[in-house]
Design a protein around this ligand. Structure first.
Ligand code: XMP
Length: 315
């Protein structure tokens, strides 16, 4: 993308041409879908219905943050409350790909219902190039099924439109700057949310532990970046592992979970490097996570693996 203004004009024209009637926009609060929703609103006006789904798999305070960000960017949207539906879809599922497929299906069924209520036939998504590249197909291996690509059931009656399909993250961020989307450089958060950061079964309790540990990582890293102690990472988050380890609290034995901290540098998420985070930052993350989750978490690990051979998310 050499000329952002020209891309915007073309994308708006293409959206007008490809959407007869109304469209639902899957708005996750992230940069990609925010940009897609802004373009859709520009192209279709009142015929564009941006929906933000509260899946119960979101980070701490995420609904309020998204509400504030969308208000600042002038994006009209509605919140759809769907925690029970997503947790039911994920019950007893441990396999990462199965989690992704179930989430993709749950999203699309929900969007189909919302589309029917509004007489819409099109679903606009903020899918970008790495999403479909890593989701496989044709000669490519499936690294992981992105919920918004391979997770979509084949029998969906919605026509999918993806205005950012050929862009990489750095290009989407440039477009976000251009469109006035707030905080275009904020870290990505995967559509399947904390479901791919809770290894093993997904329960409300395990989500709560992961969510709280994640808030500790985000807040401590944000403070360290503000203080100039470290560079702003590409992504920084916590993963709850399906492994229990022995610990000690006072005089008592505990047998709690292990949390892995992932902090990476990257340009476009196709490759990534584990960041050399100052030791004191890591220690304060470990201290806070074990203090706030006493009994539940006995051990905090730092993931030093690059992508490849690992991926950024654990699942
Ligand atoms: P991986 O884990 O494949 O992640 O190295 C690359 C980038 O993509 C994000 N990611 C996703 N984003 N839906 C999304 O919208 C997904 O299903 C998904 N899976 C991974 C990940 O956070 C990283 O930025």
């Amino acid at each position: 993308m050499n000329d952002i203004g020209a891309f915007r004009t073309e994308a708006v024209a293409r959206l007008r041409a490809s959407v007869p009637g109304s469209a639902i926009v899957a708005a996750s609060g992230g940069i990609d879908s925010s940009v897609a929703a802004m373009l859709s609103q520009e192209a279709l006006g009142e015929r564009s219905h941006a929906l933000f789904v509260d899946t119960g798999l979101l980070r701490e305070g995420e609904v309020e943050k998204v509400r504030a960000t969308y208000a600042r960017s002038g994006l009209k949207f509605e919140i759809v409350e769907a925690e029970a539906r997503f947790l039911a879809a994920l019950q007893d599922v441990r396999d990462p790909e199965e989690k992704r497929r179930r989430i993709g299906t749950a999203f699309v069924r929900l969007f189909e219902e919302e589309a029917d209520r509004r007489g819409a036939t099109v679903l606009i998504q903020g899918t970008i190039a790495p999403d479909w590249i890593e989701s496989g197909g044709q000669l490519r291996d499936t690294i992981k099924t992105h919920h918004n690509v391979g997770g979509i059931p084949k029998d969906s009656r919605l026509t999918i439109v993806e205005p950012l399909r050929d862009l990489y993250k750095d290009e989407v961020r440039a477009l976000a700057h251009h469109l006035g989307v707030p905080e275009p450089d904020r870290q990505p958060f995967p559509g399947p949310g904390l479901a791919v950061r809770v290894g093993g079964p997904i329960t409300k309790d395990r989500l709560r532990i992961c969510r709280r540990a994640n808030a500790a990582v985000e807040e401590i890293v944000d403070a360290a970046v503000r203080a100039g102690t470290m560079e702003r990472p590409w992504q920084y988050f916590a993963v709850l592992l399906p492994v229990n380890t022995v610990g000690v609290t006072g005089d008592n034995r505990t047998f709690g979970a292990a949390v892995s901290v992932r902090i990476v540098e990257s340009i476009d998420a196709m490759t990534a490097t584990a960041q050399a985070v100052p030791w004191e930052v890591l220690r304060s993350i470990a201290e806070r996570i074990t203090r706030e989750n006493a009994k539940d978490v006995t051990r905090v690990l730092y993931d030093v693996t690059d992508k490849p051979p690992a991926t950024i998310e654990w699942e």
